[in-house]
Design a protein around this ligand. Structure first.
Ligand SMILES: *Cc1c(COP(=O)(O)O)cnc(C)c1O
Length: 341
């Protein structure tokens, strides 16, 4: 198989059409046989549920090449389980977890020429998603749905090393208590666009969202969970029912506790205690960890002791361990690195 001739290391995080996508339709109360197709377009009725009431959810994971030339992805079963939760909350049919993982494998194999070579830092990003395809006018769930997985090559998240970012405490809220913050629904992102663009206009990389009920506790940003490190080296991650359960965060906490012998606390984190932490960062599939240098709380700067030059030592160690496991250089827990070919 000949690889596509792309400048892998400088690819942006943008959509590029690849050769195949996986599609399965839910019709008459059941999933039809899914298949790989070449057409990237979807033709739908103007009144389809996805257009009217945003009945849609998505996932994101990466396939990449390890040193021995294998193509793998990281914990795809976790994405399948999380999409199950999203679908149940949004009154959409669940795509079975086993078939979901198989569909990811099929898309990657069919697009193997688009999987970046080892060492490029790039990956083939998989975007599984589900949309309501049948007409709705009254506010109700659609009857028919489509599950699709598109694949697109993306470059390394940090092109010249991970530089600490500056974020701000947001005045707007992300997810209501008992709302939909814990599922990966497009609607959670649509409503965050105004605020992230406003943050960027004002020179901040991300918004730190507080819990809407008391506005005293740290939740997450628009698309990543927080990691904090106490001065004694304990890893602290915020706990709330409205935080999206990041697979990267859960993997890092496992690595910290079971492989690095660190103390880990998953609990409510007050904004007022952030100034006492030694390190802070954001985590998600895209960057694994982005270090935070400063948090701006309405003009008052909280400067993390790890500074603006580089990631702090504890987060760096976590980053190196998890990316080492992903690359196949460090032995991780059974099943984390899922071999496709
Ligand atoms: C996807 C997402 C994350 C990161 O989750 P990963 O599984 O680690 O990629 C964090 N927060 C939000 C709101 C998300 O949508």
């Amino acid at each position: 198989m000949e690889k596509k001739n792309l400048d892998w290391g400088s690819l942006p995080f943008d959509y590029m059409k690849t050769d195949y996508r996986f599609v399965a339709n839910y019709v008459d109360g059941k999933w039809e046989e899914g298949k790989l197709i070449e057409d990237p377009n979807i033709v739908l009725s103007e009144c389809a549920g996805v257009f009217q009431y945003c009945q849609a959810c998505f996932e994101g994971l990466k396939a990449y090449t390890t040193e021995d030339g294998s193509i793998v992805c990281f914990r795809p079963d976790m994405n399948a389980e999380r999409m199950k939760d999203s679908c149940e909350r949004l009154r959409m049919p669940v795509f079975p977890v086993d078939e979901y993982v198989k569909a990811c494998e099929e898309v990657v194999r069919a697009n193997a020429a688009w999987v970046p070579p080892f060492g490029s830092g790039a990956s083939l990003y998989l975007r599984p998603f589900m949309i309501a395809t049948s007409d709705v006018l009254g506010v109700k769930s659609a009857k028919n749905f489509q599950f699709r997985i598109l694949a697109t090559p993306v470059g390394p998240y940090f092109k010249g090393g991970a530089k600490p970012i500056v974020i701000r405490v947001s005045d707007l809220d992300r997810a209501a208590p008992r709302g939909t913050g814990h599922i990966k629904a497009g609607l959670n992102y649509a409503m965050s666009l105004y605020n992230i663009e406003d943050a960027h206009d004002k020179g901040f990389s991300e918004n730190l969202y507080l819990d809407p009920a008391t506005r005293t506790k740290v939740e997450e940003t628009g698309g990543a969970n927080f990691l904090f490190v106490k001065k004694d080296g304990t890893l602290v991650t915020p706990k709330s029912d409205s935080i999206l359960p990041s697979i990267t965060r859960r993997s890092l906490c496992y690595v910290a506790e079971h492989m690095l012998g660190m103390k880990v606390e998953h609990r409510e984190v007050l904004l007022s205690e952030v100034a006492d932490f030694a390190e802070a960062g954001l985590c998600g599939t895209a960057a694994v960890i982005s270090p935070i240098g400063k948090i701006n709380d309405h003009g008052k700067e909280i400067c993390l002791p790890s500074g603006m030059e580089k990631m702090g030592p504890v987060l760096q160690k976590l980053y190196d361990t998890l990316t080492g496991i992903q690359a196949g250089k460090i032995e991780g827990p059974e099943g984390w690195v899922h071999k496709i070919m």
